[in-house]
Write a protein that binds this ligand. Structure first.
Ligand SMILES: Nc1ncnc2c1ncn2[C@@H]1O[C@H](COP(=O)(O)OP(=O)(O)OP(=O)(O)O)[C@@H](O)[C@H]1O
Length: 845
């Protein structure tokens, strides 16, 4: 196998090429020694001898030095020197050795030269920000427009605190682990932050900044490390001029001996097949150097432990928005007032917390405020398309509304449609799309032609990693829709995740399964079949591919048993029977067989009719055997002792991440749940329906991210209890609750989503509602809060306001089916500014 030799050895051979060509002989002894030690093979010898015969010895030596030796591994150079000594060419070996040692002593001034090269590189290349990557004429001076960012500490003792940008470096200290992670959503300013740090380092003066304490700052994009054999090589390729005479060895030496900050931007964009990047993060390379990595969230999950400190770049707050527009206006030498008033325009509030959106809004606004300052785009740019076709002719309101749609909730769909209308995707645009691609795409039956075209185009871009796509085919898809899915399946850069189908009859179902090759290795491997409109008699011949790994059957009846048969022996990781009817013996026995599959990670068994039928319970013993089960959704009424024991086994195995139970919550079942909650530390999501949580006091021992309580027996006790569970986290200062403190610290401090669906027929006392809101107000990480049948009367409005004000991370607040009309216009007016706050999506009806 061929592998590379060290850079310093390669350089030594290169420097001495002409000397070697004239002085070295490919004697029989030398070749014998080289083959003996495995440096070259007999084929190499033959090839070299052929060249020598047909051309000259010099040509053969040249071939050996340039094509053979450098590829024969890290040991090859030393073995070559040894072979030279043993073949009466000691003087040649000595010359090479001397050259190597001279190189080592010739370092004086190298550090200063390297610093100079890096500083001038950053000074030249980082002075501008390019908000539209493929439009290099649109640029801003970094110095004049950069807004200092706050970062939220997301790990360690200072978790939750805010720090200034430069302070993230101060926290590194003398600790061994010097890895820092900065995460942030797309276009939130991670790259610009890296740019600002490296640029600050390159500028004279301001020695008080932490960044200035580094001897060297190396800023690379994660992709720069791909395909390189070392960090030094990446630095030489991307940061130094080609004719810079600093050798790789000298560079390596400086990296090891100097105080270095390595900044690697955009882990998310180039983490696969990037050995060097992974080794750097894991501390296998440059272990003692400070390294700052940026990424979009959730890309580094299994690597988080390598980071000493982690931070998040969050959206702009009001102050930052103000600074952004003021600096922008100053830079453009115009009055900032119109931009400032734009910031309070309610239709675009959501956009202003993202620096990129805010920059684009300023540009749009400017084209309106300053007639002479319109901007032009060349025909090939996406922006020309975007502006010329959609935006330029709109009036102001429409333009703002469109921009909001484009950049916010419907961003992906609108963008898709626009991409679909392009004839070809130029490389710059392709790069920009890849950069800002959504995490997954769901395609619905009403998806437009242009949207489909765009998705196929996306599928042919180089997406890293491939984007998951789920397709909902809807009722009786036509030929065009089927052919679209077939083409989609062929796209290399799309991860074919799941397909939902709703056949009208069995023949249509069979044809779809075979035409779309469902379950085959190169096609979609998860299928959800909805039988609600299915009519007629079952037909023969349906079979899934051998790689089928997910099967979901909705509105399943016993006459559909052939589908269970077709899924036998497939490597299913999920098996869902949702809204199914009573099963016959055949189906029951097939289900037992399917549930014996140890690959299963997700099982859902939700019964439609009749409620009393013991279907969910029937399979509990099988489910209890599934060692890898992570998601369980089950309906359990009238459970027996044996069944409760099975449930206990499942819960106490502590593998479940998500649990949904619809049950009668008998005392004995509640006691199993209560008893198990202590040991269910992996559970993140819990959905209970019709539960009386007053009987589940140990709920507080869970560490939930998502909790749903649906149609429960809601009464005042219940509310009081839920408030206690939530409030226990706030109890530090309350002496009476000291006993609860230890519980409190563990209970639900990570709650991000809370859904409470009240019973529409039961009224809740206002004082308890207030208590509940107060308790929820303490869930500082809450992002989604949904109520149904909530009663917001005028008198509770102030506590709803306080709750929403305190939930800084809340991005969705829904209150559906308001229970009565007790909220007057007056009350709503108080609520209005709060529910319309920036970044909060509200739905109150
Ligand atoms: N601190 C800032 N001050 C002024 N403008 C900023 C700032 N941060 C970002 N921007 C603007 O937002 C644009 C997008 O930011 P940037 O490319 O840094 O985001 P990112 O988080 O790296 O995005 P992605 O994850 O998509 O790569 C920048 O080109 C710049 O116009």
């Amino acid at each position: 196998m061929e592998s590379k030799m060290e850079d310093r050895h390669k350089e030594c051979l290169l420097k001495n090429r002409s000397f070697l060509c004239s002085e070295m002989s490919l004697s029989a002894v030398l070749l014998a020694k080289l083959t003996e030690s495995g440096v070259i093979t007999d084929e190499h010898v033959q090839k070299l001898q052929n060249i020598e015969r047909n051309d000259t010895t010099k040509a053969a030596v040249f071939e050996f030095l340039s094509e053979v030796l450098p590829k024969r591994g890290p040991e090859a150079f030393d073995l070559f020197l040894k072979a030279l000594c043993e073949s009466e060419q000691r003087h040649v070996a000595e010359r090479l050795k001397k050259c190597l040692s001279d190189d080592c002593s010739g370092d004086a001034g190298t550090f200063e030269r390297l610093q100079h090269e890096l500083r001038t590189h950053y000074d030249d290349k980082l002075q501008f920000v390019y908000p539209i990557p493929w439009l290099l004429t649109e640029r801003f001076s970094l110095k004049e427009t950069f807004v200092q960012r706050r970062l939220r500490v997301t790990s360690g003792a200072r978790k939750g605190n805010e720090v200034k940008m430069d302070e993230i470096l101060a926290s590194v200290g003398e600790g061994r682990n010097k890895r820092i992670l900065v995460e942030g959503d797309p276009a939130q300013g991670k790259s610009t932050l890296c740019q600002a740090l490296a640029y600050a380092w390159s500028q004279p003066g301001e020695v008080t900044q932490n960044i200035k304490s580094y001897d060297l700052v190396i800023l690379l994009h994660a992709g720069d490390l791909k395909g390189q054999s070392s960090v030094t090589e990446a630095i030489k390729t991307h940061l130094l001029p080609i004719d810079c005479d600093i050798t790789s060895r000298q560079l390596q030496e400086l990296l090891l001996t100097k105080n270095v900050l390595l900044i690697i931007d955009a882990f998310d964009e180039a983490s696969s097949e990037n050995e060097i990047l992974n080794q750097l993060i894991e501390g296998k390379l440059l272990k003692h150097k400070t390294m700052l990595v940026t990424s979009r969230p959730n890309f580094l999950e299994n690597k988080l432990r390598h980071f000493e400190s982690t931070f998040a770049v969050e959206g702009y707050d009001e102050e930052e928005q103000m600074e952004h527009v003021k600096r922008y206006a100053e830079h453009k030498n115009i009055d900032p007032e119109p931009f400032i008033s734009m910031l309070i325009e309610s239709s675009i509030l959501d956009l202003c917390n993202n620096p990129l959106n805010l920059t684009l809004l300023c540009k749009l606004a400017m084209s309106r405020f300053q007639a002479e300052m319109t901007f032009q785009f060349t025909h090939k740019t996406f922006l020309q398309f975007l502006t010329a076709k959609r935006i330029a002719q709109m009036d102001r309101e429409e333009r703002l509304a469109r921009m909001q749609n484009l950049l916010c909730a419907n961003y992906s769909i609108k963008l898709m449609r626009l991409i679909g209308e392009l004839n070809d995707v130029p490389p710059e645009l392709s790069h920009a799309i890849v950069k800002r691609c959504p995490p997954y795409i769901n395609i619905y039956p009403y998806c437009s032609d242009s949207c489909r075209r765009a998705i196929l185009k996306l599928g042919n871009l180089r997406l890293q990693p491939p984007i998951p796509v789920n397709v909902n085919l809807g009722l009786s898809p036509n030929e065009e829709e089927i052919s679209f899915v077939k083409r989609l399946i062929e796209c290399k850069n799309i991860e074919r995740s799941a397909i939902w189908i709703k056949p009208r009859d069995h023949t249509e179902l069979r044809n779809m399964v075979s035409e779309l090759r469902i379950g085959q290795a190169d096609s979609v491997q998860q299928v959800s079949i909805n039988f609600i409109f299915l009519e007629g008699n079952p037909c023969e011949g349906l079979s899934f591919g051998n790689n089928l790994n997910g099967l979901e059957l909705k509105w399943f009846k016993q006459s559909h048993s052939y589908l269970l048969e077709a899924a036998l022996d497939k490597p299913l990781t999920s098996l869902h029977l949702i809204d199914y009817f009573e099963l016959d013996d055949k189906c029951i026995s097939l289900m037992h067989r399917l549930l014996r599959n140890q690959h299963l990670q997700s099982v859902k068994l939700m019964l439609r009719l009749p409620w009393e039928h013991p279907c969910g319970r029937l399979f509990l013993a099988d489910v209890a055997q599934l060692e890898n089960l992570q998601i369980l959704e089950i309906q359990l009424n009238n459970s027996t002792k044996k069944e409760r024991r099975s449930l206990e086994t499942i819960l106490k195995r502590n593998k479940l991440i998500k649990l949904t139970i619809y049950s009668d919550y008998s005392r004995s079942l509640n006691s199993v749940l209560n008893d198990s909650f202590h040991s269910m530390s992996s559970l993140c999501e819990l959905h209970l329906r019709c539960a009386n949580i007053i009987d589940l006091p140990n709920l507080r021992h869970l560490d939930l991210v998502n909790f749903t309580l649906q149609y429960s027996k809601l009464n005042d006790n219940w509310i009081a209890h839920l408030s206690d569970v939530l409030l226990s986290r706030l109890s530090e200062s309350n002496d009476n609750r000291i006993a609860l403190l230890s519980d409190a610290l563990r209970s639900w401090r990570n709650l991000e989503e809370l859904n409470i669906y009240f019973d529409k027929d039961v009224s809740v006392a206002e004082c308890l509602l207030r208590k509940l809101f107060e308790a929820i107000a303490g869930c500082h990480r809450l992002q989604i809060l949904r109520f149904e049948y909530l009663e917001i009367g005028d008198s509770v409005v102030p506590s709803v306001c306080r709750m929403l004000e305190s939930l800084k991370q809340l991005r969705q607040f829904t209150s559906r089916y308001q229970r009565d009309e007790s909220l007057t216009e007056e009350g709503f007016k108080q609520l209005e500014p709060i529910i319309k706050r920036n970044g909060l999506n509200t739905f109150v009806d």
